[in-house]
Structures are given as C-alpha cells and as structure tokens.
Design a protein around this ligand. Sequence first.
Ligand code: NAD
Length: 495
Amino acid sequence: MAPKLKDPSLLKQDVCYVNGEWVKAKSGKTFEVFDPSTGKLIGTCPEFDAEDTKAAIKHAAAAFDTFRHKTGRERSKILRKWYDLMMENADDLATLITWENGKPTADAKGEVTYAANFFEWFSEEAPRIYGDTIPSSVPGNRVWTIKEPVGVCGLITPWNFPAAMITRKIGPALAVGCTVVAKAPGETPFTSLALAELAHRAGVPAGVVNVITALGNTPAVGQVLTTDPTVRKISFTGSTGVGKLLMKQCSSTLKKLSLELGGNAPFIVFDDADIDVAVTGAINSKFRSSGQTCVCANRLYVQAGVYDEFCRKFTEKVREFRVGNGFEQGVTHGPLIHDRAVDKVEQHVRDAEKKGAKVLLGGHKLPDLGPNFYQPTVISGMTSEMAMASEETFGPVAGLFKFETEEEVLKWANATEVGLAGYFFSRDIQRVHRVAEHLEVGMVGVNTGLISDPAAPFGGVKESGFGREGSLYGIGEYQITKMVTYGGMGQPLQK
Ligand code: NAD
C-alpha cells in the first residue's frame, strides 16, 4: 500500500513550480519516479527541456529586480516562515524522503530538521549583511564596500539528501537577495516540489524560487543553466565528473561557481583512542544512509595495536543492523538508490576479496528484499591496491586497513585526488592538532563521526570542489563585493 501524507496536496504530480505557479513541461512529456525499496511507481514529473528552463530563468531574472531590494529583515521573515512550515509538515516531508530515497523514517526525520535548520540559520544572517569601511592608501580618498546579491542562481542537487542539499543552497541565496532556478534530482524530485509548495505558502514572491524537474533532458537543462548569460552563479552538489563538466560549460560566461563534489574520506583510529567511541563514530560515519553520503568514511585505517579489538567490536555492532523498507518499524538501514549503486558495491567487495581481503560480515546482495538491497558488509585486510582505496564506494561496505605509524597512515590518507571529509580518533592532544593540520580535506572530525551542522562550513579541497555551504562563509558564495572609492574628500581638519 502506498504511504499516506497527512496533507496529500504536498505530493505534486506532473507539475513544476515556476513564477509562483504550477506548470507542466511545454512538450507535455513526463518521467517516472520509483520507490527504491519496492520498485513501485511513486508518480510522474515534468520532463523540462531547454525552452522550459529558459522560461524559468526569465522569471527568476524578473523577480530579482525587485527581490534584491527587499530589506534583510523582510527576507529573513520569509525564510523563517518557510522554516516554520517545514517543521509543521516534518512528518509528510519525512514520508516523501523515505518513499523516494529509501532511508529509514528516523533518518528522514533527522534530515528534515537538518534541512529546515539551513532556513533558520540563514534567516538569522539575512539582516546582518555588512560591508567594510577601508582606510585608503591614497590621501583624500575614502573606500567602502557593498555586498550585493550575485543575481539569478542555478542550483543542481543530488538524491542522497533530497531536502537538505536544496535548502543548503536556497537558504543563503534568498538571505542575500538572489533568486533561483533549482533543478531537482530525477530520482527524488517530490521532496523538492513539496518544499516549493511550502515556499508558496510562506509567501516567497513569484519567480524568486523556481523548482524544475528533468531526467532524460538533464544534460540539456544543465547546458542552459550553465551557459545562459542571465544566470550569474551555479551551485552544484554531486559527482566530481559532472562537476568538471559543469565547470567547463560555465567557462563560456564565467559564472561564479560552488562545487560540492565526491569524497573518499579516511577514518583513522590510533592506538591511543577510546575504542568504543571510535566504533560508534565509525558506525555513524560509514553506514549513515547505507553509506550514501559524500562524507561517509570510505577507508577505515586502524592502528595495529587495536586492530583486532576494533574489528571485533565494530563487526558486532554492524551485525545488529536490520535492513529493509525504510517505513518498517525497527529497520535501521534501507536500500541503495538503484541497482547500479548495488553493482558498484558488489564490484568493490569482489575486487577486495580477489586481492586477498577477508569478508568478516555480509558481502552479498539481498535479492529477497529487492534488487536495491545489499548486506551491511565489513572487510578486513584491505590494501591500497584494492578499488575501495581509491574510489568512493557510496554503499554499506566498511573496508578496514591495518597501519603501523602516524607517518604511514597520513601518507595513505592523503593519497587521493579528492579531499572532502576526514576523521580520526586519538586522545593525544599534540597528535590531534598535528593530524588535523596534516589531513588534506575541507572538514575534519576528531573523535566524532558526525560533522554536519548548518553553523559549520561544509566543503572540500582538491577534486572535492570549492566553496563552502552553511555557516557565515555560506553567505559570501552568493554575493559580490562591490568597492566604492570617493576621491577628493579632502585632508583631515587642522587643529
Ligand atoms: P551526479 O553528479 O550524477 O548527479 C547530481 C545531480 O546532477 C543530479 O541532480 C543530476 O540529475 C545532475 N546532473 C547529472 N548530469 C548533469 C548534467 N550534464 N548537467 C546538469 N546536471 C546534471 O551525482 P549522484 O550520483 O546523483 O550523487 C552522488 C555524488 O554526489 C557522490 O559523488 C557524492 O559524493 C556527491 N555528493 C557530494 C556532496 C557534497 O556536499 N560534497 C553531497 C552529497 C553528494
């Protein structure tokens, strides 16, 4: 039986939100969206094309002319109202997330709060956008800066956090006075569309937030967003490959860019760590959303002195998981998003096994549950030749590497083109500082596996991209700094 919403009008079928109205694709074409747990059809969404996207951009541009001049306080109130409505409708939003993404209801509820918190956080930043007064080096000149909204923003987000990835971008964009065209992920569009309905109810002016959908036409929609001169900024969260493509496309009009791309997080447990804390951290970091977050631990390095104890305690905890449909009571871990994700996990496990690793737990598909399910898996005896050492697995597989020295593990940890998150566990204060400074990543978790927080800057280095989301730094991504110099202002008065 299909899940029920308390407010069924939050499930938007066959329509996108453009210029304050619910519209179909001009071609009338739609695509289907399926429940990853059951494989059943959830509904259909408009297949927007280049022309539809251009129309949405035009409306966003028209709305920008007035929205940019609203006061920070006015924009703050709109965001705050949207936050309140998200919290009031948290159960329905969580239902939509579980339905289209598969994550268990408790995780989906956690995501709704996390997502809404970006609106709350940025509603508090909106009235506090200051420029600078700068002492000039030229006598008689006065210099100051104004922070202005960059303009129309194109936002592209993935399916793994259907609510939070989009609010993390819309929150700061609206706080500073930008307008947006957001392309929802083809796998999980209904959460984004429900958020658009709540935007409407919150009084977001027409054209300020436009949410569009596409599946087959995604490259064409992306092409328009990245090349239309009216769009002044692209913020993208997704894979490194697509990020590179979008950056190339953006070069034709030199857009401001934020790229939140793939990770390959090292997770290091030193001999001096509290092992129980490290086990909990590893469970949280590795298996959240069945391993499908960009900050999930991908390589678990454990020092030789505690390796066996860690393997035993960690495997015991993973054995307690219950895999199944996210709506079922007691289920701790849901499916992967589609069978291609399952195939990648399977490849990584078989590759490790073939090269000498030992599967301590799991290691197989779960066809009785459905084609998208995989056993939570623990593998020991990992080495750097195995695919998991260099590729993001994005699934419920923990590969444990044994290391001897700090120098050795730091070399391994940094031996990757990407650098998003990194974690380590130690009770030695000098080591804590040393290792935190040495890891080539944008975010470090010390003695914790959970680092996401709207108040903290989120983002990567190397091929994990650039730009920061959340926090006071998230605001600047949507602004330009305009400098104004007044000449001939005279000399100081003589006494
Ligand atoms: P993906 O790059 O395939 O897709 C992400 C989004 O881009 C989707 O909405 C997709 O429709 C769209 N897209 C794909 N091709 C496009 C094109 N040519 N033009 C315009 N849009 C296009 O990534 P995915 O597999 O859906 O998501 C998982 C990846 O995202 C992982 O690598 C993960 O690490 C990364 N991720 C990063 C962060 C972060 O904050 N750094 C957060 C979540 C996920």
